[in-house]
Design a protein around this ligand. Structure first.
Ligand SMILES: *Cc1c(COP(=O)(O)O)cnc(C)c1O
Length: 411
């Protein structure tokens, strides 16, 4: 007997109809017909709308919520998010083009990331978006571009804080990092900005990602605000914007529970009020990617073969790690765990069996589910991978093994 992974707590964001998963009001096999081919990603716009509304209920009313586009840069998704959030945070000029096609004003768009190329910086300066400066060299390059073009660039300093975001899936602050300017060097960067003709906006402090512990996030947010207050007096002008990052996670694996955003919102009220005292005109911003869109999306592929190898049953599907690296366990996981998976065309199947779901690539890494108990499925049934609305398609090596592309739809 091979060990069996317990089935995941059912994902309740999607209803079912006659044994089928329903997304955006459409049963999954009908959606597959509409799309015309498998595999595909489907994102549910109403779930994104609900998620932002619920978050706003929990957060202080004046807090600005930005969408970190790299989580899901599909143009239709970004268009939809433009109607829900207060701003966008970008990580490239490519993302900038998608963002500027929406109704979001440039003044509410910012770009972060180490190694922004001069050409990219120029595009951002011309667009009038805020650049989150990650090094002294970058700061000088932006100043030179400003001078050459006669456009005063909007800049904020991204700070690599001395603290870390505890229990985070991915730490992006504290200790030596390629991100931001070290906290202890920020006064020097502010001095330099005073000598340059730049429109200083404020600070950006992003310390990590995929965190499910409210206390850890509360702690990092309080420290971020305290740090900004302590730097206020050294700034060339009053702070206009303070972006304190996010890191709000979503549950993927057994035993994980949803983040308590109510606790985070309540805890934010006091430091936010203190910040307002010292910086009355400043906006306080959080930037979230995965939390806003991750649970709204599924990846759908089709079973094209079923076989038994030495007692273990394999469902072989037409999608895999080339479309969904994260579900294969190769995007930041140390020990591989199964993403929540279902048979979308047998949602209430009474017979169950233990199966491994694998993709068509010639590598043992191409696995979507390792020995999971699922309703008995056959060739032609559709496999659903939940929690796929963020870091799915664009975070995957889609060229690997020259397989066909996946389609993406917003429903
Ligand atoms: C990746 C990233 C985000 C979004 O992270 P999520 O975990 O998707 O919320 C936000 N800000 C910055 C600077 C990032 O690099």
């Amino acid at each position: 007997m091979t060990p069996t992974t317990p089935q995941h707590a059912s994902m309740i964001q999607f209803p079912t109809l006659e044994n089928q998963l329903v997304i955006g009001g459409i049963p999954i096999s009908r959606l597959a017909q509409r799309v015309g081919s498998t595999p595909f990603y489907a994102y549910d716009r109403s779930l994104m709308t609900e998620r932002v509304a619920e978050l706003r209920q929990h957060m202080p009313p004046e807090l600005k919520i930005h969408y970190a586009m790299k989580a899901n840069p599909m143009p239709a998704v970004v268009q939809h998010m433009a109607s829900l959030v207060d701003g966008f945070d970008l990580a490239s000029a490519g993302e900038m083009q998608v963002a500027l096609d929406t109704t979001m004003p440039a003044a509410q768009i910012s770009m972060a990331g180490p190694g922004k190329r001069p050409a990219e910086l120029l595009q951002a300066v011309a667009a009038g978006i805020t650049l989150h400066v990650e090094s002294f060299h970058e700061l000088k390059t932006i100043a030179r571009l400003s001078e050459q073009t006669g456009i005063q660039a909007r800049v904020a300093i991204r700070i690599n804080p001395a603290f870390e975001l505890k229990s985070s899936g991915m730490k992006m602050g504290g200790g030596p990092k390629q991100f931001g300017i070290d906290e202890e060097l920020v006064p020097e960067a502010l001095k330099l900005i005073k000598t340059l003709n730049l429109d200083f906006q404020g600070f950006h402090i992003y310390s990590g990602s995929q965190n499910l512990k409210a206390e850890a996030i509360i702690d990092a947010q309080q420290k971020s605000i305290a740090l900004a207050i302590s730097l206020s007096d050294s700034c060339p002008c009053p702070i206009k914007k303070l972006n304190i990052g996010g890191g709000y996670g979503i549950p993927y694996f057994p035993g994980e529970s949803p983040l308590d955003t109510q606790a985070i919102g309540e805890a934010l009220a006091k430091p936010m009020a203190e910040f307002k005292l010292t910086n009355p005109k400043a906006e306080l911003i959080i930037e979230l990617g995965r939390f806003l869109v991750g649970e709204a999306g599924i990846y759908v592929c089709e079973i094209i073969d079923k076989k038994i190898s030495r007692g273990q049953t394999y469902l072989i599907v037409n999608g895999g790690l080339h479309h969904h690296l994260a579900a294969s366990g190769n995007f930041g996981q140390v020990i591989r765990k199964n993403y929540p998976v279902a048979i979308g065309t047998k949602m209430h199947g009474k017979d169950v069996e233990t199966v491994s779901i694998v993709g068509p690539l010639c590598t043992p890494l191409d696995i979507l589910a390792d020995r999971m108990q699922l309703p008995t499925a056959e060739i032609g049934d559709l496999v659903i991978v939940y929690q796929s609305g963020a870091y799915g398609y664009t975070a995957s090596p889609s060229k690997f093994l020259s397989q066909p592309d996946a389609v993406e739809v917003l429903v």
